[in-house]
Design a protein around this ligand. Structure first.
Ligand SMILES: *Cc1c(COP(=O)(O)O)cnc(C)c1O
Length: 384
């Protein structure tokens, strides 16, 4: 059997400017990176607080590696649940103000595991149409009746919830939308959930560390009562600068996940040193409020500059600041010109975003300087 039809499909993808390829990074996550031998000023990392390469985080990782070795060794329920994992779970529960938190190896797995431990074909799931792929996949895999409501539109959700007679209803949303940077309207969504007795699950992968006085994400940003947001997911590979994810919630929720979440039960625990490093990054994330202040300043500077250049942005208060382009080919072309100028920003194209919604997904970090943002604006002036 030949692979000719695969090759034809790949060729078509290239012609449509939808072909994806990787770049090899030769440095740590930081504003100035070396990529395949060339230096770039990067605006595409999710290391929003500049913690991925922080000396204290690295030191905790090294010390824990000396103590625990490298591999997790087994799943949490066999003998892979180390003291380091346990301490991090307790710290995350305290940080989010919930009785319990449970670690997963990735955010993708946390979402698949949580949704599938809670729902089956007797149930119904309601998702924002711009939710992250891992949430959509989680819903599809569960076999629950699947509905998508209009982006961040509580009325659209209300209408859909009114028409269901399923056993359980789970409403799922990104906290900060990963490709748009806007924040889910949690108070409105929560009030609709209460009206229809639905659970609310929020995946705040991009909110933790960035939103809220203490970096507590969109829950803190809106001062949401804990009981109004029943399933809270955070990932550790973005603002926290490490790797992995967690689900926080009630004792009954977390116990159910331990019993039934297959992506928790049938996988090796994350390396204990990652958990130890995350414990340190959690402390820095909470204490070093200057990182959020710095982000706020850079976001303001960037948005003001773009507005002067007539560029189209999304109404986003977060470090995710996409410049809307439209056509995939044009987004690729601009990204290439910026690259020739030494600036690295990735073009995001369908199906990651809707048709005609190609964009340059600019992300800012507390590690960037004002001068670096000026350099970006200067480069954008040439292509706008
Ligand atoms: C990145 C992301 C994930 C996946 O998290 P990983 O830990 O990288 O697997 C899940 N949800 C959202 C909203 C994300 O942006």
């Amino acid at each position: 059997m030949s692979f000719d039809d695969l090759s034809a499909e790949l060729e078509l993808r290239k012609q449509q400017s939808l072909y994806r390829s990787r770049r090899t990074l030769q440095t740590a996550q930081q504003p100035i990176v070396q990529v395949e031998g060339r230096e770039f000023l990067a605006f595409c990392s999710n290391d929003y607080l500049g913690l991925a390469n922080h000396p204290e985080v690295i030191r905790s990782f090294q010390q824990a590696a000396n103590k625990y070795g490298v591999g997790g060794g087994a799943s949490h329920l066999v003998n892979g649940h180390s003291q380091a994992h346990h301490e991090l779970e307790e710290a995350l529960a305290e940080f989010t103000g919930r009785p319990k938190a449970l670690l997963f190896s990735t955010g993708y797995m946390a979402n698949i595991g949580a949704v599938n431990a809670l729902l089956d074909k007797r149930d119904a799931i309601f998702q924002d149409r711009l939710n992250h792929a891992s949430l959509l996949d989680a819903g599809l895999l569960s076999g629950a009746r699947f509905q998508r409501y209009l982006h961040n539109d509580a009325d659209s959700l209300d209408k859909k919830l009114a028409k269901t007679d399923a056993r359980r209803h789970l409403v799922v949303t990104d906290g900060v939308f990963s490709m748009d940077g806007d924040v889910a309207d949690l108070p409105a969504l929560s009030s609709v959930c209460k009206k229809h007795q639905a659970w609310l699950m929020v995946d705040d992968a991009h909110g933790f560390g960035c939103l809220g006085q203490q970096g507590g994400g969109c829950a803190e940003y809106f001062a949401m009562p804990n009981d109004d947001l029943q399933v809270l997911v955070g990932t550790l590979g973005k603002g926290f600068g490490t790797a992995g994810a967690f689900v926080a919630g009630s004792d009954a929720l977390i116990d159910t996940l331990v019993q039934h979440a297959r992506t928790y039960i049938y996988t090796t625990s994350m390396p204990p040193a990652v958990a130890a490093a995350t414990l340190t990054s959690l402390r820095l994330l909470k204490e070093e409020t200057w990182r959020r202040d710095k982000l706020t300043q850079l976001i303001k500077q960037f948005r003001q500059g773009c507005s002067e250049l007539g560029l189209t942005l999304i109404d986003s208060p977060t470090p995710i600041q996409p410049i809307m382009i439209g056509e995939s080919s044009k987004a690729m072309q601009i990204s290439k010109i910026l690259e020739d100028d030494g600036i690295y920003i990735s073009a995001i194209r369908p199906p990651t975003v809707p048709q005609g919604g190609a964009r340059l997904r600019v992300t800012l970090s507390a590690a960037h300087t004002e001068e670096q943002v000026n350099r970006l604006l200067h480069a954008l002036e040439k292509v706008s």
